[in-house]
Design a protein around this ligand. Structure first.
Ligand code: HEM
Length: 452
């Protein structure tokens, strides 16, 4: 296809909505109060203006791509996940892949890596395309308005129930979706104690709120796994089949398999949903780019389900997805505890220090990017981004195992929807991003959605 792109000519675009970082130092008490509501408000704005910042106590904010790479891929690659991450999501995902450490983590990573191999993506794409077509049809039949912040999680939840909980005779898709929704509401509530890093035995507010959503979701997951196992399918037909095949090859106890099924659900739902919502908003903001991307989609997949092979040829759409993940990284912040003393580029990290990777600030850092707050998907067309500078999926041994899965899901959904629906802004203001469990829009993203 002709790739002399219009994208290169657009220098003066409107800057999309941005998060609000801390403009003055935040005291410890305010830190806990603000962080529970929106972690972006405690990340110092200086992290977008310089590559390293020493925070209070033993905190380091690290935005230098070389230091990031040394800590995640090089000498610091075995440093454990920060304790507070474990306190925040531990009750929901137990000892699954995302939180396990050492040999337990290695064994699980080895067991589950084949599930996410490229050879499985064409099969999974068929389910994503079904959802994409349904979303486009319902928008075409709707009243011409859509809240992208609602549309996107509904789409990724449908994908999850299709690829992970499908084919269950006794539990309906609607029941699963309702169970998952309650489960997400429960785990999205970050406790202030978690953020302050207080001991895990101190009671959290959400503990008093009955953890029924978690126990019923675990029950449902166990039930779905057992039932699917009993079906003895000769060929894996979805993600759950692939999971069962993996644990049959390399034994794992049932509770850890339940942890892992829920880990994949937790790690893959809101993250992809946020990227889809922000991605649709960015297209509404830049109609010229939206048209160009639609032309690309139509030239490759004029009708019918968008396939995995089709999206391999959609260069502009891929650049758009990457630019969306740069401006709005769903995992806008992650952290490690230094496991040993280490000096990198003259900066000394003591054992036990808190290593903060404010992905949001790395991706908008003025020392690293030209016009860091502008939406310019062309950055991802021809240039190679230096290692450590674009880290929406992390890096090193603990890089997101679902990165290709997520990119595929986002591209198939986006291509299926944008091919037939035109998005534009309304007079309703666009909400800011807020960071709790993931970085999501603070309220509805109201857009016009017209069939074309
Ligand atoms: C846009 C979507 C996604 C984003 C932005 C994202 C981001 C991330 C990041 C930044 C990490 C590393 C965190 C750290 O180093 O502390 C991670 C880990 C992980 N992600 Fe994702 N993720 C996405 C989608 C998914 C999906 C779809 C799945 C599974 C179906 C998934 C499963 C996981 C798992 C299991 C880990 C832990 C891996 C390990 O520690 O070995 N993610 N993700």
């Amino acid at each position: 296809m002709n790739c002399v792109s219009n994208l290169h000519d657009q220098n003066d675009r409107v800057e999309p909505i941005a998060g609000k970082l801390a403009e003055k130092p935040v005291g410890l008490l305010d830190f806990a109060r603000l962080a529970g509501r929106n972690m972006l408000e405690v990340i110092p704005i200086e992290t977008t203006q310089q590559l390293y910042l020493r925070g209070p106590l033993n905190i380091h904010y690290i935005c230098d791509p070389e230091i990031i790479t040394e800590l995640l891929v090089g000498k610091g690659r075995e440093f454990p996940k920060a304790k507070f991450t474990k306190d925040i999501i531990g009750s929901a995902v137990g000892n699954g892949l995302i939180l396990a450490e050492g040999q337990k983590w290695k064994a699980q990573r080895r067991r589950y890596s084949p599930l996410f191999a490229a050879r499985n993506l064409p099969m999974l794409s068929q389910y994503f395309a079904e959802t994409g077509i349904e979303v486009a049809e319902s928008l075409a039949e709707g009243n011409g308005l859509v809240d992208a912040a609602q549309m996107a999680p509904a789409a990724t939840l449908t994908n999850i129930s299709r690829v992970m909980f499908s084919g269950n005779q006794e539990v309906s898709a609607a029941q699963i979706r309702a169970g998952l929704r309650k489960y997400f509401e429960y785990i999205s509530e970050i406790s202030l104690f978690d953020v302050m890093g207080l001991p895990s035995w101190l009671p959290r507010r959400k503990w008093f709120k009955s953890n029924k959503p978690v126990t019923s979701m675990r029950y449902l997951a166990r039930h779905v796994i057992e039932e699917r196992r009993s079906q003895n399918r000769p060929e894996p037909l979805d993600f759950l089949d692939l999971m069962i095949a993996a644990v049959e090859e390399d034994f794992e106890d049932m509770e850890t398999t339940v942890d892992n099924l829920l880990t994949f659900v937790v790690a893959g739902h809101e993250t992809s949903a946020n990227a889809l919502a922000w991605g649709v908003y960015l297209l509404a903001l830049t109609p010229d780019i939206q048209t160009e991307i639609r032309q690309e989609i139509k030239s490759i997949s004029p009708q019918g389900p968008v396939s995995f092979e089709d999206i391999q040829q959609m260069r502009l759409l891929r650049a758009h997805i990457r630019e969306t993940l740069r401006l709005y990284p769903s995992a806008a912040f992650f952290a490690r505890d230094a496991g040993a003393e280490l000096t990198v580029k003259g900066i000394r990290f003591e054992k036990g220090d808190a290593l903060f990777f404010p992905v949001y600030s790395v991706h908008r850092n003025e020392c690293l990017w030209d016009a860091p707050n502008a939406y310019k998907p062309e950055r991802f067309l021809d240039t190679k981004i230096p290692k450590g500078q674009f880290i929406p999926f992390g890096d090193g041994p603990r890089v997101c195992i679902g990165a290709q899965y997520a990119e595929t899901e986002l591209m198939v959904l986006m291509a299926s929807i944008v091919r037939d629906i035109e998005f534009s802004l309304t007079s309703t203001p666009i909400p800011r991003p807020v960071l709790t469990f993931t970085m999501r829009p603070e309220g509805p993203i109201m857009l016009n959605a017209q069939a074309i």
